[in-house]
Ligand binder design. Structure first.
Ligand SMILES: C[S@@+](CC[C@H](N)C(=O)[O-])C[C@H]1O[C@@H](n2cnc3c(N)ncnc32)[C@H](O)[C@@H]1O
Length: 359
């Protein structure tokens, strides 16, 4: 029988976590922006080797967290013997002094005694509990961290994560902090506001020409527009919403990233002339927010017709919806061609990012 080993032993590989369904968009961003080699892509996880461990890792927009990989495996057995493997791999696989040196390149040593928090996540049905895995993980770490480091339950300077998903597990030092996931620009939130990584993925999927315009006709708190401006602060972006509260939130968020043109309008009758917008990215209200499925079909028909009117002839639209058949029926009426469809889970329900071309 093959010896069960955790891979890799050579430090310098990383992994990133994202919303399940977005991993291929994220892998592409990692490859393009960091010139990294992609090693493995699984649900919500990308393992990669960047040319170096640097703060460039924190500029990724379609992932929520980045880690230095200490060990990884896809050979867990689901049985209690995994606990011994977790303990042994944590104790033996990483070159701990080198791992801490790489971590401190990105997260410099704080003043005073550094604090550290251990995080154990577990998905799937295993013959042991998450608490057992956490205990095995902590045992493996015994004697590995500097004696001056202090274990705490929250707000730690450093975090070491073990993420178990079925027969796979990754263990790593967290290089990112909460600002990667939550974004500094996002000061104002509303219940329906989008997770920034999803908005970033939509902007990437829109493949906006360098000088191209981007419209979000139902912009809510402005997350999609903010993601575009974060990458290109001088880009031409415009948005609007029926709701004043949402518009005020968008104004407050967008002022941190660049200049956006915002207006109060009804997306079914946009005050925009025909054929002048290069790209649209938008997440209209989900059916659940309106309550009535007939209403959503009506709304999608009206907004898609209006989007079609304002898009340039080779324009594209990236739309995030839950009721994908209502959207597809609306797109059929204006003869849009579907270029891509990604299934993700948002607010506990399946949702779809769809990419359409007008041509
Ligand atoms: C799901 S939210 C958009 C969230 C946004 N992407 C964000 O990150 O905050 C949908 C938005 O559509 C707006 N809306 C609903 N009907 C509208 C209409 N007819 N015209 C313009 N906006 C509308 C709502 O006020 C809401 O802000």
């Amino acid at each position: 029988m093959a010896r069960r080993t955790a891979e890799p032993r050579r430090l310098g590989a990383c992994y990133a976590l994202t919303v399940p369904g977005l991993e291929h968009v994220a892998a592409q961003e990692i490859e393009e922006t960091l010139s990294a080699e992609i090693k493995r892509v699984a649900a919500g996880l990308i393992v990669f080797r960047p040319p170096e461990i640097s703060r460039d890792l924190l500029s990724l927009r379609t992932v929520e967290d980045v880690f230095l990989l200490l060990w990884g495996t896809d050979r867990l057995t689901y049985r209690a013997e995994d606990l011994d493997l977790i303990r042994r791999w944590t104790a033996r696989e990483p070159d701990w002094p080198e791992a801490l040196r790489l971590l401190q390149k990105i997260r410099p040593r704080p003043k005073g005694r550094p604090t550290v928090h251990l995080v154990t996540q577990m998905r799937g049905e295993h013959g042991y509990r998450r608490a057992d895995a956490a205990k095995a993980f902590a045992k493996g770490l015994a004697g590995k961290l500097p004696e001056t480091w202090w274990l705490v339950d929250e707000n730690a300077d450093y975090e070491i994560w073990l993420t178990i998903d079925g027969s796979s597990a990754v263990c790593g030092l967290r290089l990112s902090d909460r600002t990667m996931r939550h974004r500094e620009y996002k000061q104002e939130h509303l219940p329906a506001s989008l997770r920034p990584v999803v908005a970033a993925a939509m902007v990437r999927l829109a493949r906006i020409p360098y000088h191209g315009s981007l419209l979000d006709p139902m912009c809510g708190t402005g997350t999609i527009l903010a993601e575009r401006l974060s990458v290109q602060p001088r880009a031409f972006v415009l948005g609007g919403d029926l709701d004043y509260t949402a518009l005020l939130a968008a104004l407050a968020n967008l002022k941190h990233v660049g200049k956006a043109f915002l207006a109060r309008w009804d997306a079914r009758r946009l005050p925009i002339r025909d054929a002048c917008i290069d790209r649209i990215a938008c997440n209209p209200p989900f059916g659940i927010q309106l309550g009535d499925p007939f209403e959503i079909a009506d709304l999608y028909r009206s907004i898609v017709r209006e989007m079609d009117r304002v898009l340039v002839p080779d324009g594209k639209a990236v739309l995030l919806v839950s009721d994908v058949s209502a959207l597809e029926a609306a797109a059929k009426l204006v003869r849009w061609k579907r270029q891509d469809r990604l299934r993700i889970r948002l607010l506990g329900q399946p949702s779809y990012i769809t990419v359409w071309s007008k041509a």
